[in-house]
Design a protein around this ligand. Structure first.
Ligand code: MN
Length: 228
């Protein structure tokens, strides 16, 4: 099972995250799932997930995606996730792996440019098209040898290709809400009984207040989000 590592890290009696069924590989030409989850854990990051062979290949992108082709964003490959994770939005309780608030920031489908994704993974370069609500067009993931004196085999770069969807607009700041529920991180935390103040640090400073109208959080709403 490719999601053994995913399961080992989690206690499913404590976290609302899906355990994952015995996932079946899609037959034929069904579109492949793409999702980007905004995750306010110990550090804010965006989890890029691409369905392949019955699981979601996963990368954590600390600074999130950039529509600017001159910007390379570090993307750390993480454990494969079950397909059901593509629908997860909510609060991972304190003490659990990845504790914090998860937002479905973008979702849709993806198409590999080269049909043999296993070969692309092996070669360390995956070119693909995203059909999301926020991210579209051509992108690439390039494997690196890590940086400086700290080589890390999980380090990739996530880069936008030049096409009609390339832009200098700051998509993470301009479109901060859930594609599934239109909520901010602070609102997802509030609704899920999570840490509203911590979650609000991942929302744009001028919008965090919206989440606190029914249940005020204590201070620091205006603080800018952390970067890694
Ligand atoms: Mn994450």
């Amino acid at each position: 099972m490719k999601i053994n590592e995913y399961r080992k890290k989690r206690n499913f009696s404590a976290t609302p995250e899906p355990q994952g069924a015995a996932s079946a590989e899609k037959k034929g030409k069904a579109p492949l799932i793409y999702t980007m989850q905004k995750h306010r854990a110990s550090h804010l990051h965006y989890d890029l997930r691409l369905e392949w062979r019955g699981v979601l290949l996963s990368w954590a992108v600390p600074k999130g995606p950039s529509l600017d082709p001159t910007v390379k964003r570090l993307a750390m490959q993480t454990e494969d996730h079950p397909i059901e994770y593509a629908d997860f939005e909510g609060v991972i309780p304190p003490g659990q792996y990845g504790a914090g608030t998860v937002m479905l920031w973008d979702r849709g489908t993806w198409e590999p440019e080269s049909p043999d994704v296993d070969a692309s993974l092996q070669a360390g370069e995956i070119k693909f098209t995203l059909h999301g609500k926020k991210l579209q067009g051509s992108w690439v993931l390039v494997h690196t040898r890590g940086f400086g004196s700290n080589p890390d085999r999980s380090a990739w770069l996530f880069i936008k290709h030049r096409d009609q969807y390339a832009s200098t607009k700051d998509v993470t700041q301009d479109e901060p809400c859930s594609v599934a529920s239109q909520r901010l991180l602070a609102e997802i935390a509030r609704d899920g009984g999570g840490d509203v103040e911590k979650a609000s640090l991942g929302d744009p400073p001028d919008q965090g207040r919206r989440a606190t109208t029914t249940k005020p959080a204590r201070g620091r709403i205006g603080r800018r989000r952390e970067t890694l």
